[in-house]
Design a protein around this ligand. Structure first.
Ligand SMILES: [Zn+2]
Length: 195
């Protein structure tokens, strides 16, 4: 399956060659700032490139910033979780800031690529010991540290459905669809398929 376009923003905040790729953590950026979601994109990248000691494989805000290779571990969810998880940070300054639809599209596309590549099931999970896709707030580590991301505005049902749809269509590539997934999503929505 074709990988979505990624901009490269490497960071030194990662652990080398340890990722077992068992699940995908969904975070939102939560700068706490009172500004539109997209404004969190660059400051989050700078935060992860600086001495925060933290990182994410991808930061998504209408575009995708690749910060850590899949084979390495990002530092995003405490201790051993980092070693078996892929991480996405989606821009959302506050718990009540709406997510940008394009960010959700790109995040679903990235998840679909990972699910196919690493055999991760496209299901929502509620324990970091399971395989699938987990919200930071739903993990044991997130709960014990009081995390609320990605929060109640994250459209889980739609998101998981979208990942599954993209996996299905992505597996047909290149003979039928030529990999233009966002266009495909648009067509499916146009004809009334809920994705
Ligand atoms: Zn988080």
């Amino acid at each position: 399956m074709k990988t979505p376009p990624e901009l490269s923003f490497p960071t030194v905040n990662f652990i080398q060659f340890h990722n077992a790729n068992r699940n995908i953590f969904i975070h939102s950026t939560r700068s706490g700032r009172d500004w539109p979601a997209i404004m969190d994109f660059e400051p989050t990248i700078q935060w992860f490139q600086g001495d925060s000691g933290l990182s994410s494989h991808l930061v998504i805000g209408g575009r995708i910033a690749r910060m850590v290779d899949d084979d390495d571990s990002a530092i995003h969810a405490g201790g051993a979780n980092n070693l078996k998880s892929l991480a996405i940070e989606i821009v959302q300054p506050k718990i009540d800031t709406p997510f940008i639809p394009a960010s959700l599209d790109l995040a679903a596309w990235s998840c679909a690529v990972w699910c196919l590549k690493y055999g991760i099931p496209p299901v929502r999970i509620f324990s970091q010991t399971e395989v699938g896709i987990i919200g930071h707030e739903d993990s044991e580590q997130g709960r014990s540290s009081g995390k609320s991301d990605p929060g109640p505005l994250f459209p889980w049902n739609m998101f998981i459905k979208r990942v599954k749809t993209l996996m299905l269509f992505g597996s047909l590539e290149p003979h039928i669809l030529k990999g233009d997934y966002l266009k495909i999503l648009g067509i499916l929505r146009y004809v009334g398929v809920e994705v």
